[in-house]
Design a protein around this ligand. Structure first.
Ligand SMILES: O=C(CO)[C@H](O)[C@H](O)COP(=O)(O)O
Length: 244
């Protein structure tokens, strides 16, 4: 584990995200096939990669994006893009996370991009996760915030009830993710998201993952187990880098 220290006073959460993002971009080398995650933290990393390309400090990068939003951002910055069909093995992916546990397991997908993120980040040799310290938890689900599951729209209430029943011992409440006007949030893949909230630790994460994926209406869940190779945490007192 490495640590670095800032000399400044109080930093905003967005400044911490930017610090983690810039640190992650230090892992990017010319010629890499790069997975570009989604969300407000990785947005800073994508901006920085675009800037380094324009300055001529990086060359021949090919990005593979995990959401329409990141795709649009990368296009606007002139980052050359491709996809997993043409590049099934990536050198590096950079992405944020909603929760990070002490074993570097993650909850991701509160922005709704978990399926493409899991496909892209599962295909990379190195996966660098960037977070501010608010994302650190003792166990997944421990923030009390949503653990997202992408489900097919067909009879989503049935699937949500099955998910809730699966984790009744952990006090699970499953709710449909909705937009600002109350309409169902629709993913880039045309699916819905059911958010699970837990009152207690769900215990064996592998068993939980397998049980969720066995439900026919489920497309993918937001637990990223044993995938991150490095987690960069920006804290008020400095950066911490944790390696697998
Ligand atoms: O998994 C994600 C999107 O699906 C994001 O990485 C996660 O939600 C963190 O977002 P942010 O960087 O905005 O805090």
């Amino acid at each position: 584990m490495e640590a670095g220290f800032f000399s400044s006073s109080i930093l905003t959460q967005d400044e911490l995200k930017k610090i983690a993002a810039y640190k992650a971009v230090e892992h990017v080398e010319s010629g890499m096939i790069l997975g570009l995650g989604s969300g407000s933290t990785v947005k800073h990393a994508v901006d920085r990669i675009g800037e380094l390309l324009q300055l001529g400090k990086l060359h021949n990068i090919i990005g593979i994006t995990t959401s329409q939003n990141t795709h649009q951002q990368a296009v606007s910055l002139g980052i050359p893009l491709s996809d997993l069909d043409d590049h099934p093995v990536l050198d590096l992916a950079i992405d944020g996370a909603d929760e990070v546990d002490p074993h570097l397991n993650l909850v991701k997908g509160r922005c709704g991009s978990l399926l493409r993120e899991k496909m892209v980040e599962g295909a990379c040799k190195k996966f660098v996760v960037i977070v501010d310290e608010s994302k650190l938890v003792d166990y997944l689900g421990g923030s009390g915030l949503a653990m997202p599951v992408e489900v097919v729209p067909f009879c989503w209430k049935f699937t949500a009830k099955m998910l809730q029943d699966l984790f009744r011992n952990s006090g699970c409440v499953a709710k449909l993710k909705c937009g600002e006007s109350g309409e169902p949030f629709v993913t880039d893949n045309g699916n819905y998201i059911v958010d699970m909230y837990f009152k207690k630790d769900i215990g064996d994460l592998r068993a939980a993952s397998e049980a969720i994926l066995r439900l026919a209406g489920v497309v993918e869940h937001g637990m990223f187990l044993d995938m991150a190779t490095t987690v960069i945490v920006a804290r008020e007192l400095g950066i911490t880098v944790k390696n697998k």
